[in-house]
Ligand binder design. Structure first.
Ligand code: ATP
Ligand code: MG
Length: 564
């Protein structure tokens, strides 16, 4: 994003303006940004915005980009998530170089910082329970009440905190609180909790610790320890900023407010009618409604990758969504627009028949096979050509034939001549039917002089349809997707559950594709002419037997000008 924002003539977003001022005034010499995920789930499209924003800014201003795991809460974190996050960030192209950090590696420093606060009289150990603390905190309209334990001496606090660390107390029995101001108008400043007791193994530090720092204490220290200059986060942290600054100054990490990493808030990226919340996705995974966190119907980064989205398309999407201070929601159609724009010129256009209907060319020699040259992408000659086998028996799509056509139907019907794409003109001369009257095969004759798809006498046909040789085509499974939530009803029910769309996946087992497509490797993507863009699934494809996911159909109602 930074790169794109840096393009000449484009105006700078508000974060770039802040950074440029800091650089110009000499407050900052080298820009350092970070993406600080908590490894408690998979990253989603919203996180991509934060990743690309932070990485883009570091790149734009010749600075450093850090990937830092904010792994200070042992209860929800797993190394599975650490690995998936690394993979996703790398895939998006945000290169952290040597700057991979774990907040849990700073636990000793954080502990020392807390001890420092106690020594200054700026923190105390409290025996209030979680409920009592909530009660004493007050409300937006009422000030908080003094914690009865806040008068403990520095010596007593030091002793108790050390014993908290040593494991002498049970979970919830004691906490360390900052001493700030119980009557502050900002509730975050009413003696916030800095440390809690949690007897639990941590995915990085094992059983070394049984006290863990709270987010509001840990996060500013992490930034300060790493020399982050611009701590970019989402809007919900705006009210936490005074506490952020307090922690950095009072722990002595920075002397002057000028030097505190600058917290800047921006609006989260939301998608209309799309579920991103970890809580909901976890449920879908656990109930087996989706095939894991990377089910192609989800918008986790792993799911988008598996579906066939490219990093370029996501970068473009995030760029179009822009950076702002106001919450808003982008349309999924905009994401579809971005992937189409990326794949249209760059992927080969292949023939695939999703609902096969047999066609027999009565006057084509039995046993003959012609290899017809076909351009891989007429918009991009660099992709070259391939040869496609043409035989007497072919498959076309059921939709491309009607026995009794409505008006303006230009595809195959008895008596009508159409073009088989890149091959010949054929005329339908009859049908075979089963006992129930269903059409089981269509008979045609072909015009040998129309080879390549044009007739020498200049006669025109209105319909052009794709086909695959019945003899050489390969049978594959293709999956079509719709939104996993029912858009008409909205994402959530009144009870907070999801409105699921029962038709979110359609599995077509009997598709027939041209032989070359059976060589597709997991992750390869193609245009299937007249059908959309498809990607060979990375989980379910086998050597020579790809399973294709539809990334997106060809047509769109989305218009870029409408949005920008
Ligand atoms: P979620 O609430 O969706 O589960 P999270 O905020 O709990 O996500 P974190 O690991 O804490 O996930 O987030 C890492 C970073 O990504 C944070 O800086 C957070 O502000 C940012 N982020 C999270 N969701 C979005 C979003 N929808 N748009 C932009 N940035 C986001
Ligand atoms: Mg969070």
């Amino acid at each position: 994003m930074g790169e794109a924002n840096a393009k000449e003539g484009e105006s700078k977003n508000f974060i770039e303006q802040i950074i440029e001022k800091d650089l110009a005034e000499g407050r900052v010499k080298k820009v350092v940004t970070r993406f600080p995920p908590e490894p408690n789930g998979y990253l989603h499209i919203g996180h991509a915005k934060s990743i690309l924003l932070n990485y883009g800014l570091a790149k734009e201003y010749g600075g450093e980009f850090h990937l830092r795991f904010d792994d200070t809460n042992p209860t929800k974190e797993k190394s599975e998530f650490v690995n998936s996050i690394k993979e996703d960030v790398k895939w998006l192209g945000a290169d952290w170089g040597e700057h991979l950090y774990y907040a849990s590696n700073y636990f000793e420093k954080m502990y020392e910082a807390a001890v420092g606060l106690i020594k200054k009289g700026k923190a105390y150990v409290s025996d209030l329970s979680a409920d009592e603390i909530r009660e004493y905190r007050g409300t937006l309209t009422e000030p908080g009440k003094k914690d009865p334990y806040s008068d403990r001496s520095i010596e007593e606090n030091l002793d108790l905190f050390e014993r908290m660390r040593a494991g002498e107390f049970a979970d919830g029995e004691k906490v360390l609180r900052a001493r700030i101001d119980m009557s502050s108008s900002n509730i975050n400043m009413r003696d916030p909790i800095l440390y809690r007791v949690t007897h639990m193994s941590h995915q990085n530090t094992g059983d070394k610790w049984c006290i863990y720092p709270m987010y509001d204490f840990a996060h500013p220290l992490e930034d300060a320890i790493e020399g982050v200059t611009h701590s970019i986060c989402t809007l919900e942290f705006e009210d936490h900023r005074p506490l952020y600054d307090w922690v950095v100054i009072e722990t002595g990490y920075k002397k002057s407010p000028e030097d505190v990493p600058k917290q800047i808030e921006f609006a989260k990226l939301y998608l209309t009618n799309v579920v991103t919340g970890k809580r909901y996705i976890k449920k879908l995974v656990e109930q087996g409604i989706v095939d894991g966190w990377d089910d192609p119907r989800l918008v986790s980064i792993a799911a988008l990758r598996r579906r066939g989205f490219t990093p370029e398309s996501i970068r473009r999407f995030v760029e179009l969504a822009g950076i702002s201070k106001a919450n808003s929601s982008a349309d999924y159609a905009m994401l579809e627009y971005c992937i189409r724009e990326d794949l249209k010129p760059s992927r080969p256009r292949m023939m695939a028949i999703l609902h096969p209907l047999k066609v027999i060319i009565d006057n084509y020699p039995e046993g003959q096979c012609e290899m017809l040259p076909v351009s891989n992408n007429v918009e991009n000659e660099a992709l070259g050509t391939r040869e496609v086998p043409f035989t007497k028996e072919l498959y076309i799509d059921r939709d491309d034939f009607m026995e009794v056509p409505p008006r303006k139907y230009f595809r195959m019907y008895p008596g009508n001549e159409v073009r088989l794409m890149n091959a010949y003109f054929v005329t339908c001369v009859g049908v075979d039917k089963d006992g129930d009257g269903n059409v089981t095969a269509v008979h045609c004759t072909y015009d040998p002089s129309s080879k390549g798809g044009n007739s020498p006498d200049g006669r025109k046909v209105k319909g052009t349809i794709q086909w695959v040789s019945a003899e050489y085509g390969k049978k594959v499974t293709v999956r079509l997707y719709e939104n996993i939530v029912d858009e008409e009803k909205g994402v959530y029910n009144e009870d907070g559950s999801l409105n699921l769309n029962p038709n979110s996946i359609e599995v077509l087992e009997d598709c027939v594709v041209e032989p070359k497509l059976s060589e597709a490797k997991p992750g390869d993507s193609f245009q299937f002419v007249r059908q959309g863009y498809f990607c060979a699934d990375s989980k379910d494809s086998k050597e020579g037997e790809p399973v294709f996911n539809r990334i997106v159909s060809l047509k769109s109602s989305f218009k870029l000008d409408k949005k920008k």
